[in-house]
Design a protein around this ligand. Sequence first.
Ligand code: SIN
Length: 185
Amino acid sequence: MSFNTIEINKQRQDLSGRESVWLFGYGSLIFKADFPYLERRPASIRGWARRFWQGSHDHRGTPESPGRVLTLVESPGTVCAGMAYRVAPAVFDHLDVREKNGYLRFSTPMAFSDGGHEEGLVYIATEDNAAFLGPASEAAIARQIATSRGESGPNRDYLFNLADALRHLGVEDQHIFTLEKLINI
Ligand code: SIN
C-alpha cells in the first residue's frame, strides 16, 4: 500500500514551541509504548467506540493479506477508555511513522480516570483512507485476525495484548472481549 499519512500529519497541528503534548492511545498504543513519555495516565474520550475496521498492510498483515487493527468510529454516548501519555513534540516524528497506514491525528478532549481534563491528540483511521476495511460480522473479523500476520507479529497478538491491557485497566469492551472469545473457541 503506497498511501501513507506521514506528510499529512506533519501539517495537521503545529506542535513547535510546545514543551509537551498529550497523546490518547486506545489500541496498540495502550500495550506497546515504544517511545519515551514524561507521564502516563489512564484516561477516556467520549463519543467514540473501538472497532477492528482498519486494514493493516504493515504491522499485522501484508498488502496481499491485510490484517485488521483498531480505529475509532463515532458513537454518541460511548466512552472509550485508554491510556494518555504526555510526550515531547518530537515523539510525533516516530508516532507518525508507526501510524502511517491511514491514521490521521485529531485533537480531542480527554478525561483522566483520577480526575481532570486535558486536550490530547489521537490517531484515527477514517473511512475515506485507502486501508479502511469497514464493518464485518464479529465472526468474520475474528477469522481474519486469526489468520493474519505482519512485520510486528501475528494479528491475534494485537487483540490478545489489548484485551489483557483492558482487563488490567478494569475496562469492559464488548467488541474486544467477544472477538477474543471467538478466536479462543
Ligand atoms: C492507538 O493505539 O491509539 C492507535 C491505533 C493503533 O496503533 O493500534
